[in-house]
Ligand binder design. Structure first.
Ligand code: FES
Length: 172
């Protein structure tokens, strides 16, 4: 029963059968565990992102339907938090900390340099899918500020003059 979702296309509404996609089953299990509570939306979105790697429109529509929430509400929450990605993850990812300690040490400048170098904004992935750029609020490593994370590896005291070397190294 839960395996059909409605989609919108240029031809109008149509239904999509997601029963063959195990990821929706995993998502369904986590929503069930949370008793399909509307208030558990953020937790469900986290779980969906872990399952899909990002929050695509189909997954968001599915969540809206199952939690009986308006799609606009689900989409609004997903776009409000930097943590959530609405596009597929690149082969590599870099997360720039914009928490207070890092920000004071110039992490916004680091972010700008990365954006300029790769032609993407925070939350986006390069067109060759080599790199996704994300931001976070604090990794708990404030004494190492400014901090970025390259493919889960924390890089502290990142140089403001040349913040790209770790990234170049990672994606080469
Ligand atoms: S503020 Fe950046 S690690 Fe805490």
């Amino acid at each position: 029963m839960f395996l059909i979702i409605e989609k919108v296309s240029y031809e109008g509404y149509y239904k999509m059968d997601v029963s063959a996609d195990d990821r929706y089953r995993t998502l369904e299990k986590s929503m069930k565990k949370l008793s399909y509570e509307k208030s558990a939306l953020i937790e469900v979105l986290h779980s969906a992102q872990e399952t899909f790697g990002y929050l695509g429109i189909d997954a968001l529509k599915y969540i809206a339907k199952r939690l009986k929430l308006p799609y606009s509400k689900v989409y609004g929450v997903a776009t409000f938090y930097n943590y959530f990605r609405l596009k597929p993850k690149g082969r590599h990812n870099v997360v720039v900390c914009l928490g207070t300690a890092c920000y004071i040490k110039g992490s916004d400048k680091i972010l700008e340099k990365i954006e300029k170098r790769y032609g993407i904004k925070a939350g986006e992935t390069t067109s060759d899918e080599a790199l996704s750029l994300l931001t976070a609020r604090c990794f708990g490593s404030c004494s190492l500020a400014p901090v970025i994370v390259c493919d889960e590896q924390i890089k502290g005291k990142v140089s403001l003059e040349n913040p790209l070397c770790d990234i170049e190294e990672m994606i080469k």
